[in-house]
Design a protein around this ligand. Sequence first.
Ligand code: XLS
Ligand code: NI
Ligand code: NI
Length: 435
Amino acid sequence: MTEFFAGIDRIAHEGPESTNPLAFRHYDPDEVVLGKRMEEHLRFAVAYWHSLAFEGLDPFGGRTFDRPWYGDDMDHARLKADVAFELFSKLGVPYFCFHDADVRPEGASHAESTARLNAIADHFETKMAETGVKLLWGTANLFSNRRFMAGAATNPDPDVFAYAAATIKANMDVTQRLGGENYVLWGGREGYETLLNTDLGAELDQMGRMLSLVVEYKHKIGFKGAILLEPKPQEPTKHQYDFDVATCYGFLKRYGLEDEVKVNIEVGHAFLAGHSFEHELAMARTLGIFGSIDMNRNDIQCGWDTDHFPNDPREATLAYYQILKAGGFTTGGTNFDAKIRRQSLDPVDLFHGHILGMDTCARGLKAAAAMIGDGTHDAFVADRYAGWQGAEAQAMLKGERSLDQIADRVISEGIEPQPRSGRQEYLEGLVNRFV
Ligand code: XLS
Ligand code: NI
Ligand code: NI
């Protein structure tokens, strides 16, 4: 074990009264919530890219962090892995997530890049066995290298499609070998910068084919995890095809993949699509494709994906309410796709970020569980739709009445609907009772 975070011990739960910034006040892995340990509910993961690979860049400036593992060779990559596992263990998170490009330097050829990925995976195997930390999901970075500037699956050049397919295969193999519980596809370059140079129909078919290949390969190698699409409407590309959950569902239906693929929903991406996070979660659970979450938040004043750590217990409550309603996570979990700010220079800042995020989520989970246990909200919604349980309402819904039969009944019974209050402010206050 490295001692990069010297002086920081494993973070303990000290309870809400604690003033120790390096302790959890709300996250207690062993506390039982709705019959399950908190650790099993939340299934926290650290994102390798933000916490280990991000160097503090912004559009106007370069590296602000200073870390001994920055460098372009395998020795640095191994040091980075050692520090990563020190961080995971000291935080006490059960999982991590990574892209190939986060963990190994790019090689001179596809074969060399894959060999390097496999060598780091060997190292991960040892560290995972040592620490008990598991892989929530793996993924391929198909957006940073210039070869992918016009897309990976949706590139006009079929050689790029083939290169991307080979890269996905290598990453699925590694994910499976490491016991990864999901495989994620986020299409940051799958979209267009201008319609003037884009054949939309061709690109959608290419993307549908790639996803079908991924699903076929999953079955071929017996990968037990879930395949997850991560919706995002734009950034880096002007328009991305995986715009939001509903758009992804339409895409999956079109290519016959709706029973094979689920979604990994990110807070900031929901926001960019003009939705709330809970909207995206509710949509996914309703459509039966809820998989996992990337937990973070956006700075409301800036219009891009800022990936702050979550800090708002009320937002977390509404999110975990939807997640609990969806039955909770199965293969999915809470991945902190979040980074510390570029002025947060010190190693300890990585702890402050994750402790903030983990405590915020724990508060949200507990509040959501209390809201469910109380039952007032559920009862309110059930009552609002209670009329639909009536015999005539059910007959309409089941397709047993035609438009003209319904019209005849409205006239014969003299139906005059009576509007009822939606009680929004009452419900907003109800939520606040639990936060
Ligand atoms: C970028 C995405 C990315 C995915 C993984 O906005 O959130 O980090 O989660 O490729
Ligand atoms: Ni993400
Ligand atoms: Ni993102």
